[in-house]
Write a protein that binds this ligand. Sequence first.
Ligand SMILES: [Fe+2]
Length: 270
Amino acid sequence: MKIGILSDIHVDINFMAGDSIVDGLASAIAGNGLDRMIIAGDVAGDHELTLATLEEIETATGVPCLFVPGNHDIWNEKHPAMTAWEAYDALKVFPGNLANGPQPLGEDWVAIGDLGWYDYAFGDPRFAVEDFDRMKIDNRLWQDKVMAVWDRPTQAMHRYFLGKLEAQLESHRHRQIILVLHVLPIRFFTVQPPDRTWRYLNAFLGSPAYGELALKYDVRYVICGHVHYRRQTRINQTTFICNCLNYRNQWYKRSAAEEIADTLKVIDID
Ligand SMILES: [Fe+2]
């Protein structure tokens, strides 16, 4: 079974007339003969556009997509009255959303995943929790502070996702597991070496607890996004993949189709 991996396609920010992200991705999915596509969050900054885009990709390719929400997907910019939970729950109507629960991939494999959140552990410990709770350094406000409004503190949101994922990993530990997150599971994927600003902002990129969980359950692949890097590493038997399409101004190629063809990662799990 051939599975494509990509995240952070940001179809709204990356919109350009005559150069469609969806068309570029559909060509790459067909060209690689994929059986599944995994998109690790940040399809768009509006849950309705995210849903429409996921459906468009599936309709164009006939290939089922697995998806976890990213922080942008639950942002309330277009729906100021919505809480993060309401947008998060609205995204569950997409059948491939792993927030609904694990999805089997053939007889031996299973995909487990969710957004994940952050616990500040990737930030510089010289900052206090109260400093991180402000989500602001100099004049830069981390937009989750105002656009992703949950019903509990940041670190409690992280613990919610960690507990949910651990329960699912426990009940599927006899399977070969692909764990999909939006946030980062290992420090290696954070901004390194961090300048003064990123010593602070790395706090909002994820948590090492997800990586430790993946190693505890001997997960085969951990897939994430969020940081706009394209990196891969292996720890013990676990391959960690961060594979973001990023913003147009970060691209190496001129067109969406070329950039996606270059970026898409394919794993074969037979
Ligand atoms: Fe993100």
